[in-house]
Design a protein around this ligand. Sequence first.
Ligand SMILES: Nc1ncnc2c1ncn2[C@@H]1O[C@H](COP(=O)(O)OP(=O)(O)OP(=O)(O)O)[C@@H](O)[C@H]1O
Ligand SMILES: [Mg+2]
Length: 333
Amino acid sequence: MPESDQVVLDIQDLKKYFPIKRGFLSSLHVGAQRRMKFIKAVDGVSLSVKRGEILGLAGESGSGKTTTGKLVVHLLEASAGRILFNGKEVLNLKGNQLKEFRRQVQMIFQDPYTSQNSRFTVFKWIQEPLLIHALGDPEWQRAQVIKTLEIAGLKPATQYLDTFPHELSGGQRQRLAIARALVLEPQCLVADEPTSMLDVSLRAGLIKLIRTLTVDHGLATIYISHDLSLMRYTCDRVAIMYLGKIMELGPTERILKHPKHPYSRALISAVPIPNPLIRRKRVRLTGEPTLSHELIPGCRFQPRCPERLKRCEMDPPVLEEFEPGHQVACWNA
Ligand SMILES: Nc1ncnc2c1ncn2[C@@H]1O[C@H](COP(=O)(O)OP(=O)(O)OP(=O)(O)O)[C@@H](O)[C@H]1O
Ligand SMILES: [Mg+2]
């Protein structure tokens, strides 16, 4: 077990480029291989997560949040970069070491409806990861399943063991997904929009659960969401992504109150303020993120940026520390 305050996950210059599919005929052209185009879904992301900390990943659709999460849990192979887990490189792991790493990092997906096997009872569904990893005997496994269901808020667990996931409500199914991730007692959790399919009334309970689990079990958690208003109460720090790059990263309160990047300002201006006496000027973004961003030489937000400088059109800004723990990638910050 890592010490508290220890960095569990350290991602350095991580990249994932997806080749853009071409028609059969165009792929026969001489030099087609050389001219192959890529979607730079994740393009040089560096961040770290400490034990007991929740780091939020925010940004519009297509900014590379899910791809980053999948790279962390090895559901996708990185094109370049490093991932250190408790100080050890994990991108080249194979065999038993890879299996052990997979036990230690778990991902919860947005939609529990498609990810749950309808032929399994709740008991079998939560026991399955223990069987895959050959952990404990049947008696220990049963106790572990019951303990984990209760931690995930499905109490009393014995009442759920013989039911089927499709008999549960949406909120209960999302708790079941959390239990399946937790039963292996991981050190790191990636939660990808875990509440977006749920009624607003159920969201607060689930967010609180993820917060409690992270603190009580010393998890290093990445919480992915478009919704910055949810992050205020959930995340210790937030990274704001745009087209595969981190534009700003820092303590949640700091970023929500004093965003430095024009993109963060635009996203945050849409977040409601809890105090009705305070009004904030809304920054409206025009256009959409462009997929041909690899053709843009400078900052990839520049075509939509209300504050762009001449330099932004040519020079890609680098993520730099603006004040301790607060990084921004903007020439105009
Ligand atoms: N398997 C894939 N093959 C090709 N392109 C992909 C693949 N997965 C993702 N992409 C592309 O990579 C980019 C980033 O996608 P990603 O799903 O990571 O974004 P996101 O930030 O999670 O978006 P959302 O908020 O909609 O979930 C998008 O342009 C997407 O189309
Ligand atoms: Mg996503």
